[in-house]
Design a binder for this molecule. Structure first.
Ligand code: GRF
Length: 257
């Protein structure tokens, strides 16, 4: 019998990747279910998709948390288990040359928001967290909470470019505007950097003379839906391993067994 995987999803928008994951459970391609959907955005259409079929949802209002911190930072309640120096040393989203206040602002506001996410998530037992168009960077505070009890990372992301090229929020746009002849998408584990974690799998397609940015996005999304489900299936079957390559001292790579 195939193993059964319980997935928690975090989204910010339309949720077509979420839908593709749900469909792959419904069709029996993967044995498992999406047990909750969380969002930073109460208007995310993906929340309605989930609610319509009875998947529990929750929202953590990042904008409000960040604004409150800006207005009343001296009264901010940081989580009891948040250790600023630890998060500061681990994070690699910002280069170390970035002004310290900027990094601290990011780490503190995210810890408050992520602590709220974790409070919601704690009532569920999940095997894997998938970011399905979740447009917020995660900090070491959250990542360590999720990964602490597991040898393999437990947060996956889908990115709309062939990493390590074009990290950030507009992968297809950046690829298209650069004049690339090949575009693609990447599924990777989340680490302490921006779109920098171990790559699990990628799909590529040619950008034709006749393509527009919209057609590139459409083609890319269709590949994302297939690729994400495939990676979740591999994870559920314990077929994803992390290895340390001898030439890469600080980095681990994924192999599929
Ligand atoms: C996808 O292109 C994904 O790669 C990116 O955001 C988009 C989300 O789309 N991170 P959807 O919400 O799954 O439709």
């Amino acid at each position: 019998m195939k193993p059964f995987i319980r997935i928690g999803a975090l989204i910010s928008g339309t949720g077509t990747n979420l839908q593709a994951i749900i469909d792959s459970f419904n069709s029996g391609k993967i044995q498992g279910k999406v047990i909750f959907v969380g969002s930073d955005n109460a208007q995310a259409k993906g929340l309605t998709r989930a609610e319509t079929i009875g998947i529990p949802t929750f929202v953590v209002d990042y904008n409000r948390i960040i604004q409150e911190y800006k207005n009343y930072s001296e009264q901010a309640q940081l989580p009891n288990d948040f250790v600023l120096e630890d998060a500061f040393a681990k994070q690699s989203i910002y280069p170390k040359s970035t002004p310290r206040e900027k990094i601290e602002f990011f780490l503190k506001t995210r810890a408050i928001a992520e602590c709220n996410l974790l409070k919601h998530m704690n009532s569920y037992s999940y095997d894997l967290i998938v970011l399905a168009g979740f447009m917020r960077k995660l900090s070491p505070y959250f990542i360590d909470h999720i990964n602490s009890a597991s040898a393999i990372p437990r947060i996956m992301n889908i990115h709309p470019a062939l990493l390590p090229a074009f990290p950030g929020t507009d992968g297809y746009g950046d690829t298209y505007r650069y004049g690339c002849k090949i575009a693609g998408c990447t599924v990777h584990f989340v680490d302490y950097g921006e779109d920098s974690g171990p790559i699990i799998a990628q799909r590529a397609f040619p950008i034709l003379e006749t393509d527009t940015l919209d057609s590139v996005k459409t083609k890319g999304l269709q590949l994302e839906w297939e690729l994400y489900a495939e990676c979740i299936r591999l994870f559920s079957e314990n077929r994803i391993q992390l290895v340390q390559k001898t030439h890469e001292k600080d980095r681990k790579s994924v192999i599929i067994i």
